[in-house]
Design a protein around this ligand. Structure first.
Ligand code: ASP
Length: 497
């Protein structure tokens, strides 16, 4: 079949487009809910479409109209199980009692999501053994602790500088475009009401912001637990030290350990190849489910905000990384982006830097010619601490929310955003949706109401997909620059890209 003869990258892009179309066709109907209730001790369910009025009858009746699907579901969830037994629901004069649940009606696009979940899990499954094994081998082959400190210092510094750059790009655009002042008051009220409950749940999430605690936490008490909890920084710390220590061990004892981890790392890389064979199906399912559930309509409501974030991500990804590669490496910018296509599509569809890590390592090593020693150090570190896309988005979001609330952020506050967003992005876990929780720290620092995240929650999933592309591309660009400076950049090979 022609499809199977296509290059993998093209298969994934096609799957992405088809998935979006499929999701758009089989999207969740916003005017349909399923009510489950108990009548004469029998559990029943009924689908209600296009209601005009939907009322919860209690001491304080709550009345909703035709476009309030999300509000209705949230209102019902806010009742305790005792209260649920008491209240009656009146939908266009049809009365429901003893209601057990009110849910959206899932479509086929949502039902196929487990295929996508399996794909993300497979990639995440190999990330930890791959990082551990390749880092131990990498550190052992570098051998020299001074060299390691030099590479580490360079990598972390460039990561921080590029992140600060990213936030600046975001802030400049948000100040120029002023997305918050372009939003009508009624849209603001509608978004705040719809996402209020969801927003307060996220605000309650405990986040540790103490820098000293973070530094202490770098050292795992138990490396096995670090691996079990996917604490990437702790794993990097342990593996680097173990690799360095290995170079001091007698040759006959050292070799079997190195051979073992080398074998393990090669096995994981083979696994990436195998997993990528199902990538088109995984990507199709993930995109179909996301579009089916969230749709593109919300993008229209928040069009200026979304455009500001996407434009910022584009400028940073193409021009800042492009400029950096031009200045500090011999690699052609086109070659870099061609070699990165596969990792970028996976980042977009999974919204997770951690799940993309194995693919990113493969792209950097095989397509771009970065040595294994460099990728196995810079990329896991980058996936954990370097999130330029997230930082840029946090900058735009903070200014946007402030603008909607009519607050004017001065230069001091904007500098504060740069500082806190650098820290917040370092602390953001490389999985979907964490950027918005860390945004709360940025908002707190500049006294912008945290509840404001309700305004942007609706589009967060789609923007998360976009910012994850920038996050992983930044890691790879820095990896290339470091490899160049260490003389560890081979000729790129795009035959498999
Ligand atoms: N999803 C992002 C990542 O994995 C993190 C975030 O911004 O939420 O890179």
């Amino acid at each position: 079949m022609k499809f199977f003869k296509m290059k993998l990258h093209n298969q994934i892009v096609l799957a992405l487009i088809l998935g979006a179309v499929f999701g758009a066709i089989f999207h969740i109907d916003k005017n349909l809910v399923e009510i489950s209730f108990v009548e004469n001790e029998v559990k029943k369910s009924e689908q209600i479409q296009n209601w005009n009025s939907f009322t919860f009858i209690s001491d304080k009746p709550a009345v909703f109209s035709s476009n309030d699907q999300l509000l209705i579901i949230q209102k019902f969830k806010s009742f305790s199980s005792e209260e649920r037994k008491q209240i009656k629901i009146n939908v266009d004069e049809r009365i429901f009692e003893n209601v057990k649940s009110i849910e959206k009606v899932k479509t086929i696009a949502i039902y196929i999501k487990p295929i996508g979940d399996i794909f993300i899990r497979l990639l995440t499954m190999i990330a930890i053994p791959l990082v551990l094994a390749s880092l131990i081998v990498g550190a052992a082959s570098l051998g020299d602790i001074k060299r390691l400190a030099r590479i580490g210092g360079k990598t972390i510094s460039i990561y921080i500088v590029t992140t600060a750059f990213a936030i600046t790009v975001g802030l400049v655009l948000a100040n120029l475009i002023q997305p918050g002042t372009r939003m009508p008051q009624e849209t603001k009220n509608e978004l705040l009401a719809t996402y209020q409950t969801d927003a307060s749940k996220r605000i309650q999430t405990e986040v540790d912001v103490d820098v000293m605690t973070q530094i202490v936490n770098l050292v795992p008490r138990n490396p096995i637990k670090a691996m079990a909890d996917a604490e990437m920084l702790q794993i990097v710390f342990f593996a680097v030290l173990a690799g360095v220590a290995l170079t001091f061990v007698r040759k006959d004892k050292q070799q079997p350990v190195v051979n073992f981890f080398e074998g393990l790392s090669d096995t994981m890389i083979k696994l990436v190849d195998l997993i990528m064979k199902i990538a088109p199906y995984g990507v199709f399912a993930l995109i179909a489910a996301t579009v089916g559930e969230f749709g593109f309509e919300i993008l229209q409501t928040l069009i200026w905000y979304s455009l500001t974030v996407i434009l910022g991500l584009f400028i940073h990804t193409v021009f800042v990384y492009g400029g950096m590669l031009k200045l500090f490496s011999k690699m052609k910018v086109r070659t870099f982006f061609k070699g990165m296509r596969r990792a970028q599509t996976i980042a977009f569809s999974t919204s997770s830097s951690a799940a993309t890590l194995p693919v990113n390592m493969e792209c950097c090593e095989e397509n771009l010619g970065v040595s294994k020693g460099i990728t196995s150090f810079t990329l896991p570190l980058g996936a954990t601490i370097n999130m330029d896309g997230t930082a840029l988005y946090q900058g735009v979001a903070a200014v946007f929310i402030a603008q909607v609330y009519g607050m004017d952020l001065g230069i001091i506050e904007q500098l504060m955003i740069v500082l806190t967003a650098v820290l917040a992005s370092i602390g953001t876990a490389p999985v979907p949706g964490v950027g918005i929780i860390m945004l709360i720290i940025v908002l707190k620092a500049v006294h912008v109401p945290e509840e404001g995240i309700a305004l942007i929650l609706g589009v967060d999933r789609i923007l998360d997909m976009c910012r994850t592309i920038t996050n992983i591309t930044g890691d790879a660009a820095v990896s290339v620059v470091i490899a160049q400076s260490e003389g560890e950049l081979r000729k790129p090979n795009l035959s498999e890209a």
